[in-house]
Design a protein around this ligand. Structure first.
Ligand code: PPS
Length: 200
């Protein structure tokens, strides 16, 4: 970190801002293997929320790597940095009273914990959604043909094949992707958020 820098606090607390905006700010953090369905579910949830007049915005793994994180690859160190940056960006969205939806594989438990900790330190809610699917099923789906390439050795360090995925232990929501349709998954998340009074 640079030296000679000073933190300038906002003129409002997050709670005061949320009350003025009449809109909560929080991060819904999707994690799961490639082809688990996390982006599909996050996209559908974003639609639901927007149609219910919530400010919501989805940050997507592939997309972010076209811009902000285009300098990063898929080594463990690069993935750590990818998730660290996304955690900070999601926090900014959430602090500004947007519902930030992130869909990144985020394979390392420590990275997801860091994202959670950053939010908790600022008093901002963090909801982890594990979109659970076995490698076999993800590989059977293989919508982008990436598992096939990984098995052929054309993609190195591919999650679930030649790089690890550490399953979440304390996710607030677990979606069993093989048995749960997209609409049902959205309902599961919305009912959790409503139950916790995070949205109305
Ligand atoms: S991570 O692990 O959180 O840093 O990955 P993420 O930023 O979510 O990017 C995952 C998408 O990148 C594509 N892709 C790979 N995924 C995993 N491993 C390797 N080696 C890899 N190379 C490219 C792939 O399209 C992932 O998108 P999803 O939507 O998960 O399938």
């Amino acid at each position: 970190m640079a030296t000679n820098i000073t933190w300038h606090p906002h003129s409002l607390t997050h709670a005061e801002r949320a009350s003025l905006r009449r809109q909560p700010g929080l991060t819904i953090w999707f994690t799961g293997l490639s082809a688990s369905g996390k982006s599909t579910i996050a996209t559908a949830l974003e639609q639901h929320l927007l149609h219910s007049s919530y400010a919501a915005y989805r940050l997507d793994g592939d997309n972010i790597r076209f811009g902000l994180n285009k300098d990063l690859g898929f080594s463990e160190t690069d993935r750590n940095e990818n998730i660290r940056r996304i955690a900070e960006v999601a926090l900014l969205f959430a602090d500004s009273c947007t519902l930030a939806l992130t869909s990144f594989i985020s394979p390392y438990r420590a990275d997801r914990l860091l994202a959670r900790k950053l939010h908790e330190e600022r008093g901002i809610k963090f909801v982890e959604v594990y979109v659970q699917v076995g490698v076999e099923e993800a590989e059977r789906r293989d919508p982008k043909g990436l598992y096939k390439k990984a098995r052929a050795g054309e993609i190195k360090e591919f999650t679930g094949v030649s790089a690890p995925y550490e399953e979440p232990e304390g996710a607030e929501i677990v979606i069993r992707s093989g048995e749960t349709g997209v609409e049902e998954a959205c309902r599961q998340i919305l009912s959790y958020l409503e139950g916790k009074r995070l949205i109305e």
